[in-house]
Design a protein around this ligand. Structure first.
Ligand SMILES: NC(=O)CC[C@H](N)C(=O)O
Length: 430
């Protein structure tokens, strides 16, 4: 028989809530929801009260990447994972050259309005960490609340949907909860305009395919994924008149971005012209996918609580490049809106992926007979954080752009053989 062994694991990180002393020293904070509930905990980060849209993410790791993702702009981010901050925060600086996007994380600063955690780690340990989560939040003027029941908050948000909120700290803690009409609603603002580049710029100018990127609030890893495949990347403001310069490019990419896609109708209308008149490859992620769908004639709707996390399974309904129909891919997601599944799909378009949990549309593509090479995916193939199951979609896109440039036959689009059963559109709608 084996003797039972007790192994002492060095405790690298402990949450504040488990340390009665330090937690008690933190000043109080209250999270108010417009639906009437309030949660009292302790404040960390900036001593600033803030309004926002309260959303939850089921990601277990990568809090630094999520918090710097511009798609979280205006949102109070609740982490369902109970201990956050235990590996600290790295420096966001990288050596800048033309191959580099200039940041290590997903943008130059924290983009969400506030964070809500069960137990923030005061001590942190990681070879690249330079500061604690609390100190990083403080430097970026972002408040946090710890010591609240994030499971209870998440269950509320699941039932009633994404809810406007206010994180009250300092003197505001004792003030009554705001009246319903006082809650600020980020969805009425054009958040994309706040995070998109104001001026065009080019990265890796000597790359062998020229890609224009419409920037709705690009995560840096999207730009890295294109540059690593040796694309010359020209980043344009979200509403740039791409049609006036399109012949300079071998492909068009539309990025992720915050808020309601209907705030970006200007971009969708311009893209409709591009789709009608231009036959080069186009790829869009999340907001970019929604804009492609709207331009193609699909409707977008607001989901109850959206999908945010790094564990969302999607089923491929069609084969294209590295993607095989009938396979399930685990994906990284952060969205509140989705395209409506309709039958028939607009002519020349077909569903590409479907979410295995809620059957929402996870991707669309141009049909093989349409003469076009256009894909949109609701999830984030570039990850950061999350699984890399679909990262080769970037390789597929660049390969299509190169094939078009060299006037070679298309490399994807022919159905690949699969012995997996793929559900029909009628079946999915039934
Ligand atoms: N990550 C994204 O691009 C999100 C798109 C859009 N803002 C949504 O919430 O659905």
């Amino acid at each position: 028989m084996f003797a039972r062994q007790f192994v002492r694991v060095p405790q690298l990180s402990r949450g504040l809530a488990s340390q009665a002393g330090p937690l008690k020293k933190l000043p109080p904070a209250v999270l108010h929801l417009k639906s009437g509930q309030s949660f009292t905990g302790r404040s960390f980060g900036a001593p600033t009260s803030i309004f926002g849209e309260t959303v939850f993410s089921t990601s277990i790791t990568s809090y630094t990447e999520s918090m710097t993702d511009p798609s979280y702009r205006g949102q109070i981010l609740v982490f369902t994972s109970p201990l956050i901050g235990n590996y600290g925060v790295p420096s966001n600086k990288t050596p800048i050259d033309s191959q580099d996007v200039g940041v290590l994380l997903e943008s130059s600063g924290i983009q969400c309005s506030a964070i809500v955690v069960g137990d923030v780690a005061e001590k942190f340990s990681h070879h690249s960490a330079v500061e604690s989560l609390a100190s990083w939040c403080n430097r970026h003027n972002i408040p946090g609340i710890t010591g609240v029941d994030t499971r209870a908050i998440t269950r509320l948000l699941r039932d009633q949907g994404t809810t406007l909120g206010r994180l009250a700290v300092g003197d505001d803690v004792t003030a009554p909860a705001p009246d319903a009409h006082e809650y600020w609603d980020p969805s009425i603002e054009n958040l994309v305009d706040q995070v998109s580049t104001k001026e065009p710029y080019t990265l890796n100018p000597t790359g062998n395919v020229k890609i224009a990127v419409l920037d709705f609030g690009a995560k840096a890893n999207i730009l890295r994924a294109l540059i690593r495949r040796n694309a010359a990347v020209t980043v344009l403001p979200w509403n740039y008149d791409f049609n006036s310069i399109r012949d300079q490019f071998d492909g068009l990419f539309l990025t992720n971005g915050p808020g309601d896609p209907m705030q970006c109708m200007d971009a969708a209308l311009k893209l409709r012209t591009t789709l009608e008149e231009w036959d080069r490859p186009i790829f869009g992620i999340c907001m970019g996918h929604q804009i492609i769908g709207i331009a193609a004639g699909l409707d977008a709707y607001r989901m109850t609580f959206g999908n945010r996390g790094h564990n969302q399974p999607v089923l491929a309904l069609a084969s294209s490049g590295s993607i095989t129909a009938g396979r399930v891919y685990v994906t990284s997601q952060n969205h509140q809106y989705a395209l409506k599944l309709q039958d028939p799909f607009p002519q020349g378009w077909e569903p590409f992926f479907i979410n295995c949990n809620d059957s929402s549309v996870e991707g669309i593509k141009s049909t093989p007979g349409s003469g076009k090479k256009v894909w949109g995916v609701q999830f984030h193939p570039e990850s950061a954080g999350g699984p890399l199951d679909t990262i080769e979609m970037f390789t597929d896109f660049i390969a299509e752009c190169l094939a078009h440039k060299m006037q070679l036959p298309p490399v994807s689009g022919q159905a690949m053989s699969t012995d997996q059963a793929v559900p029909s559109l009628e079946g999915l709608l039934a």
